[in-house]
Write a protein that binds this ligand. Structure first.
Ligand SMILES: C[S@@+](CC[C@H](N)C(=O)[O-])C[C@H]1O[C@@H](n2cnc3c(N)ncnc32)[C@H](O)[C@@H]1O
Length: 315
């Protein structure tokens, strides 16, 4: 079974790790993960790039060719360079040992040039060869030049909008696939709808504020996206629950956004009407659930600044 590697940004490491595992299992439920700090090794039939292109916090990714105890490479390892004109070597050192990384990259490059016809090119090579050092084992892998992902354009913003990475991570954590539908009953500027559509997932947005619905519609239109937006209270969710597979949403915080009631009240009512048998990811201000017993599969805390810590609850 092919193995892929993902080096994650350490900003939200737990979320980032769970996201990679969730995406892998979305496409292959038998996928297996091994976690070595911010390096995740995934054993799955899904190509590394299919996983990486959906993820929010991946810095570097590729396919593993070999695990090594030492640093012994031979000609066989460079079959991957057969059709490449250019390559570069990159060392990722996650071990406690200190290396002169630049020097090692240079000498690896020289050595590999002897085995293959490909030439070293530092910028935009056809293939990047990786040597990843950890305290237990070393990995030899590669990635090919991947097409830049097209990010959705957002022409209208608003102070309460959620950043796209946290929105995307929630969509991924509940394992929605292309062709399925997500609903955001507090859609604001439409971040969830934009992220979902950019991944081939359909979306429905509700917001009780006419202005927010208009902003969302403009943001969708400029991307040629077709998600549906309705000006209505979140409780309308009950009437359309047959039309979506999951919910991803960010509840009002009672600061920049208008709210129909106090955020705690909205959270309580929202929880009471959540449809059964749907995959759900909810974000809210941490203190809002102080007097509520909200259970789910997993909860994350995201510190923003001293007066705002958010919770993400996966149901
Ligand atoms: C935190 S914002 C959502 C931001 C959104 N995730 C984005 O990226 O733009 C919460 C939204 O909930 C909406 N809202 C407040 N009370 C509501 C209600 N009772 N029903 C539906 N929407 C409501 C507000 O208008 C606001 O746009």
């Amino acid at each position: 079974m092919p193995e892929s590697f993902f080096i994650l940004s350490k900003d939200y490491l737990e979320l980032a790790t769970d996201e990679i595992i969730a995406i892998s299992k979305t496409y292959d439920r038998f996928a297996k993960a091994k976690i070595i700090s911010n390096l995740i090794i995934i054993q799955s039939k899904t190509n590394w790039n299919e996983i990486a292109k959906r993820a929010s916090f991946v810095k570097v990714s590729g396919q593993i060719l070999r695990k090594m105890s030492g640093l012994f490479l031979d000609e066989e390892n460079f079959g991957v360079l057969k059709n490449a004109k250019t390559f570069v070597c990159r060392i990722i050192n996650l071990s406690v040992n200190q290396f002169n990384i630049l020097e090692l990259e240079r000498s690896m490059g020289d050595m590999i040039s002897k085995f293959s016809h490909a030439k070293v090119k530092l910028e935009d090579p056809d293939i990047t060869i990786y040597l990843i050092f950890t305290d237990k084992e070393n990995f030899f892998g590669f990635s090919k030049r991947a097409k830049e992902q097209n990010r959705p354009t957002k022409i209208k913003k608003y102070p309460h909008e959620l950043d796209w990475k946290l929105t995307r991570v929630m969509i991924n954590l509940i394992g929605l696939k292309e062709g399925e539908t997500v609903c955001d009953p507090f859609c604001g500027t439409g971040t969830t709808l934009l992220e979902a559509e950019s991944m081939g997932i359909h979306a429905i947005g509700l917001d009780f504020d006419e202005k927010m619905c208009e902003i969302t519609k403009e943001n969708l239109k400029v991307n040629g996206y077709k998600s549906k937006v309705f000006k209505s209270d979140f409780q309308e969710l009950l009437k359309i629950s047959g039309k979506f597979d999951g919910i991803v949403t960010d509840l009002p915080y009672g600061r920049a956004s208008r709210t129909s009631e106090k955020p705690e009240e909205i959270l309580k009512k929202f929880f009471a009407i959540l449809p059964k048998r749907k995959r759900i990811a909810i974000m809210y201000k941490k203190e809002s659930d102080r007097n509520l017993k909200l259970n789910g599969q997993k909860k994350y805390e995201i510190y923003r600044h001293k007066s705002l810590t958010r919770s993400i609850l996966i149901k």
